[in-house]
Design a protein around this ligand. Structure first.
Ligand SMILES: Nc1ncnc2c1ncn2[C@@H]1O[C@H](COP(=O)(O)OP(=O)(O)O)[C@@H](O)[C@H]1O
Ligand SMILES: [Mg+2]
Length: 154
């Protein structure tokens, strides 16, 4: 397990971490994003989408559960989920959330706890600690095949 621990001291700092992560992705990544309300999950998602090449503004999918964007020039699909409002894991299956776990998609999931059993073995787990105006401690743990990859080699 190669854990990376990164401290960010501002919103912009977390955004640029997301951008760097997004720039390193090539498709097929599933990113599970844990943290309390206001931790900065959506901020990180905005950066990640930008780094991937999404030109539209990325907005929180809290009420829609899921939003899809197209990254340029790669054509990769950026799938942003927020499962805060999901009550039963069965709903996730009905909506077909797992259909997005494939090579032409980069999936970022806020509040992935509810679908723990449906998550692929190969995934990145990102935990954000802290809220308010304080700094954030962000841990990145690669699972499965990603364990062999260097995440964010500087
Ligand atoms: N270091 C930081 N990293 C991320 N967000 C921060 C930071 N410091 C302050 N913030 C603020 O915290 C809020 C995080 O909101 P958001 O990303 O929507 O949280 P979540 O999606 O986890 O509920 C934003 O208003 C952001 O400006
Ligand atoms: Mg959010």
């Amino acid at each position: 397990m190669l854990e990376r621990l990164i401290k960010t001291i501002s919103t912009e700092d977390t955004l640029s971490l997301g951008i760097r992560l997004g720039q390193s992705f090539q498709g097929g990544e599933v990113i599970c994003l844990y943290g309390e309300l206001g931790a900065g999950k959506t901020i990180l998602a905005k950066g990640l989408g930008k780094g991937l090449g999404v030109e539209e503004e990325i907005t929180s999918p809290t009420f829609t559960l899921i939003r899809e964007y197209c990254a340029q020039p790669t054509g990769l699909r950026f799938i942003h989920m927020d499962l805060y409002r999901l009550v039963y894991p069965e709903e996730a299956e009905v909506i077909g959330l797992t259909d997005y776990f494939q090579d032409d998609c980069v999936c970022l999931i806020e509040w992935p706890e509810i679908i723990a059993e449906l998550l692929p073995e190969d995934r990145l787990e990102i935990r954000i600690e802290g809220s308010g105006d304080l700094c954030r401690l962000i841990s990145i743990v690669p699972k499965g095949k990603w364990e062999a990859h260097e995440i964010l080699n500087d």
